[in-house]
Design a protein around this ligand. Sequence first.
Ligand SMILES: Cc1cc2nc3c(=O)[nH]c(=O)nc-3n(C[C@H](O)[C@H](O)[C@H](O)COP(=O)(O)O)c2cc1C
Length: 273
Amino acid sequence: MTTAFPDTAVLESVLDLAAQAPSVRNTQPWRWHVDQRGVQLFADWTRRLGDTDSDRRDVVLSCGAVLHHCAVALADAGWSSRIRRLPDDGVLAALELEERPPGAGSHELAAAIAHRRADRRPYTGSLPAGMIELLMLRAERFGVRLAVVPTVRWARIGDAEFALRYGDSSPGHPGDDAAMLVLATDTDTEAMRLRAGEALSDLTLAATALGLASCPLTEPLKDERNRLALACEVFDGEAHPQALIRLGRPGAGDPLPPVRRRPVAETTTFDLN
Ligand SMILES: Cc1cc2nc3c(=O)[nH]c(=O)nc-3n(C[C@H](O)[C@H](O)[C@H](O)COP(=O)(O)O)c2cc1C
């Protein structure tokens, strides 16, 4: 019996599109291996930015984002993927592929991949009604919680930087109409960090498809005091903040240019003989 499997050219174009996933400081800290069993995702720890637990978290979140981008791109190419997370030592995820015609939802998300950018510019106007509730439901599908960070708890602190404001005498002020969302997980395991990265990808693509601007942020969570205070205030101390997403209606200005990605040949090994 022969099992259907995508052509190498299809897989290359899927992985090329998946590489558009957001990653911490565009480090793209992942590797792929493709063989007849499917597609395997590994973290590339050599690309992490430092040795702290936050740096490891950023790598796994970024890998979660590329994993979700890959599944979306595969679905749009007519291949549904069954994902096993952390199936073996060192493997973050294994995708088994099955031929299936793409659904309308997956096409919308896949089409958003090329347009999503981490937009650090000011946003304008309030979010469409029901938007946060919709994103909460989407996050739930990944077993991840989503909440709104109170406006007085965060501020823009530079052209492109944001900070949380706990234990600070001056209340925060976003300086625009953005909402700040926080993604959190019930446990702080590698598997849940991966899930949070997948949810981050799903939410930012869904927002892009709806014409909204977004930017994932983890820098403001690096201060442990802020991270704990946020967890206490927003989740009653019962969840672990993994990442923030700034969300809003795009301001005036040209679309942001794409940021360079690593070619598939640099991140992927194929063993299809
Ligand atoms: C886990 C993670 C953490 C990130 N943290 C920040 C951050 O703290 N500040 C920021 O400006 N951008 C942050 N980003 C956005 C990346 O810098 C951005 O995705 C990358 O530069 C590629 O640009 P693009 O998303 O526009 O393609 C983060 C992205 C991810 C996935």
